[in-house]
Design a protein around this ligand. Sequence first.
Ligand code: GDP
Length: 472
Amino acid sequence: MNRHWQQLKNKALELSYRTANQHLRLAVTGLAGAGKTAFITAIINKLLLVSPNNSKQLPLFSVCRDQRLLATKRVLQPDLQLASFGYETALNQLLAETPQWPPSTTNISELRLAIKFRPAQGLLAKFLDDTSATLLLDIVDYPGEWLLDLPMLGLSYQQWCDSVWASIDNFRLSPYFEAFEAKVSALLPDAEASDEQLAMVAASYQQLLLDMVQQQGFYLAQPGRLLLPGDLAGAPILSFFPLLPQQLMAEKWVSGSIYRVLEHRYREYVAKVVKPFYYDYFAGFDRQLVLVDCFTALNRGKAQFEDMTRALNAITQSFRFGNSSLLRRLFAPKIDKLLFAASKVDQITRDQQGNVLALLNAMLAPGRNFADSAGCSVETMAVSAIRATRPGMVSDNEYGEQEVVTGTRLSDRQYVTLYPGQVPRHLPDETFWQQQGFHFCDFAPPKVDSAEDFEHVRLDHLLEFLLGDKLQ
Ligand code: GDP
């Protein structure tokens, strides 16, 4: 009887060990400037610092609050072909004499942490008394712009051209639009294609997209890799652009014609650039965080804010895992938790933080039920990775007591006290844009004595949602 019990116990123990040493791939994305690099640096920093003797940093993260998080260390990353996330460089920049924000995400990168913890309940805690378990956490950082290419998987070249020209009113705001339009109009789609000619027009299209995103403040741009071509720079696979609607009328196109070559390059881009990202990386993600910087989009104005809302909803298409979804036709997605987090909420006063969450929910409303229904739980939060401001109160003769934020303004490094303004709770309407009285300010990173001193807003709540169940 005793032997039988021992055997059972050993079996249970083995099973527990196997389930205990778990592995999780957490992907972090967001459009350029959303705060990905700052966020990943901040959570790695916090996790590396936590121990049972130093559990106050993340009070809402249960494994930490219960003093069960024993130690976290960085270990060798699993994918040798992926760049490593530059944690040390980023931290050193934040800790410099004049603190700097680390450079933004431009490509995919990863980093692996081994989180050693004491299980709280279940078989594991029962049998392993003082023994620990380990969660291997891979954090993968990639540009959200890559997800904006997803609809291309379901569009022919013609349909794609039509979809691009639907944004023509926005394009007209760019000084580069006329030059591009003139170059495309001069093409005869049935004429024989030449590499040089297509490269010249594609360069003009790239200039237009870069200006739209970097100068005019828009977000939607396809193909996404034209913004950050990396090792594809100059390759014919990126040398395509949309022909004008009136150039797409013919019924038949001769092989080798400009139309046929552009169509072929478009298909190759979809097959060799867009699809592989989903097969090789996205298919392996267990959990996904999407960071959203609402304040920059509000500062930029109505057209840009609406464009960002559209971009965000285009991003949500990658999480529609229903049976008829584009992705389900390619593989079985396994993301079971999806979090949209409004970032940098330290830029606004505390009384406005509920508003930014309401606004984010309103922005996501068109596609809100997309993933929930397919067994993925979706949550929204408002966080700040590295708090660059302090909250305060001032008395004003006209308005009475007023909440403010204080911090070092990034543009001139002046220490300022300001009321950045109200964040709308709903998608702003016409009158809001006419009367709006806000200006959200970029702050420099805080000057701290050591890596332990960085403060955050609700990172612990966020970690509890994304990792809490795996550390039980
Ligand atoms: P990425 O392009 O998504 O990688 O974004 P970054 O991490 O480079 O962040 C873009 C900018 O947002 C930074 O340079 C900072 O100016 C600002 N930022 C990021 N996180 C925070 C934060 O928690 N608080 C504040 N106040 N600013 C932040």
